[in-house]
Design a binder for this molecule. Structure first.
Ligand code: GAR
Length: 193
């Protein structure tokens, strides 16, 4: 399956693990006329994920999978996504690493948002590393997911200035505010190609 352009109804699954603020921004975006996506399902590995409440608020189906049994969870998710005819996956603060075979089954159809200016700071604790290294800028990246962690083709990025007075918290908040704009913009960019 390849991403088809020009479609106005890209059936999308959003994967979350935590707060879900990016999920919320994607839901709001999906309701705009210019949006090519409709969010059909929210998937989480974490029953305590606060973002799951957006499923209730916006009446979107949600499903939790136990990733202690990783292979079983992925098999069940794949089955569900095929059944729902999902053709785009947006990882939005999803903190589990998907297997190569899962990524292969949705090749070119999985996006991720990462809180750094990739290829800098793949993995965790990105804000801490940017501050420790006294970087002048950080930011966020939306990229296609490949089998190498945080290494797929970059779709778009937003930069954020780091000031001396910035703390982990202020930097994380500034970057997150940019993430909420970047994810919809990156989706528009892909589908207008
Ligand atoms: C976001 O900053 C996102 O970029 C990051 O987790 C946060 C989720 O916030 N993702 C990763 O670190 C993935 N490696 P949210 O739950 O409020 O959208």
């Amino acid at each position: 399956m390849a991403l088809s352009t020009g479609t106005k109804n890209i059936k999308t699954a959003v994967f979350i693990s935590g707060k879900g603020s990016n999920l919320k921004s994607l839901i709001k975006f999906s309701k705009l006329k210019k949006s090519p996506i409709s969010i059909e399902i929210i998937i989480s590995n974490n029953p305590k994920s606060k973002g799951l409440t957006f499923g209730k608020i916006y009446k979107i189906r949600k499903k939790i999978f136990n990733f202690d049994k990783h292979i079983k969870a992925e098999k069940e998710i794949l089955k569900l996504l095929k059944k729902r005819k999902i053709n785009l996956i947006c990882l939005a603060g999803f903190m589990k690493i998907l297997s190569k075979s899962f990524i292969q089954s949705f090749k070119g159809q999985i996006l991720n948002i990462h809180p750094s200016l990739l290829p800098k700071y793949k993995g965790l604790n990105t804000h801490e590393r940017a501050i420790d290294n006294k970087d002048s800028y950080s930011g966020c990246t939306v990229h296609f997911v490949s089998s190498k962690l945080d290494s797929g083709k970059i779709i778009d990025q937003k930069k954020v200035r780091i000031y001396k007075k910035d703390t982990l918290r202020t930097l994380a908040n500034k970057v997150l505010a940019e993430e909420h704009k970047l994810y919809p913009e990156a989706i528009l960019k892909i589908f207008s190609l």
